[in-house]
Design a protein around this ligand. Structure first.
Ligand SMILES: CC(C)(COP(=O)(O)OP(=O)(O)OC[C@H]1O[C@@H](n2cnc3c(N)ncnc32)[C@H](O)[C@@H]1OP(=O)(O)O)[C@@H](O)C(=O)NCCC(=O)NCCS
Length: 179
């Protein structure tokens, strides 16, 4: 399939939410991952960085979305990746990888030292590594900490980056729990 990676524009919002919902909503369950709401919540957050919020488009249709948002580890600034989602019918065509590579390229160009995330094996191919050995945690939840990963964009940051990963406000509920 043909697609292009572009900076997210306000006109992409409905398509981006629909793409995220199509992969994150769990059928037959009231309890669902609500990753698609982040596409909107982020726009109101001080963690939103316009040029680090991306969509993949096939013509006018949004087939994928990824955001990098401002985050901190041990108080020091960097970026958090996600939500990342690619419509099922567009998966396996390089869309997800293109979104991540372009995000990394832009983050490096802007001088950010690291990108952290909560996720699975997909991210190894981009150089993400487990964050726990660096003394980085995201919560008191062992599962979440085991899935926290980091990519150092600046080797000087390696060895100096430790502590709690804190996402921007959009990722927490009113009680301060990570959504
Ligand atoms: C994960 C996701 C973004 C990948 O997007 P995509 O466009 O299919 O990715 P690409 O086509 O660039 O890459 C496909 C490759 O990734 C691998 N891959 C896909 N999902 C994977 C996963 N969950 N874990 C490990 N590898 C995965 C595929 O096997 C394929 O491998 P290959 O290149 O060796 O053949 C997409 O499958 C998706 O939206 N999934 C549901 C939402 C999700 O899990 N988001 C990530 C949250 S942590």
């Amino acid at each position: 399939m043909s697609f292009e990676i572009r900076t997210f524009a306000a006109s992409d919002l409905a398509g981006a939410k629909a793409a995220l919902e199509s992969v994150f909503r769990r059928a037959g369950s009231d309890e669902c991952y609500n990753e698609w709401e982040f596409a909107e919540r982020l726009l109101q957050s001080d963690g939103y960085v316009k040029e680090l919020c991306l969509v993949a488009r096939d013509g006018k249709a949004v087939v994928g979305y990824n955001a990098l948002t401002k985050a901190r580890i041990g108080g020091a600034p960097g970026l958090a990746l996600g939500p990342l989602g690619v419509r099922k019918e567009a998966q396996g065509s390089g869309v997800g990888s293109a979104l991540v590579w372009e995000s990394i390229r832009r983050a490096k160009a802007a001088g950010y030292p690291w990108i952290a995330l909560l996720g699975g094996d997909f991210y190894k191919r981009f150089g993400f590594e487990p964050a726990a050995p660096h003394g980085i945690t995201v919560s008191d939840d062992a599962f979440e900490n085991a899935h926290t990963q980091i990519l150092f964009l600046d080797e000087v940051a390696r060895g100096k980056t430790a502590g709690r990963l804190v996402y921007c406000d959009a990722f927490y509920d009113a009680q301060g729990r990570l959504l």
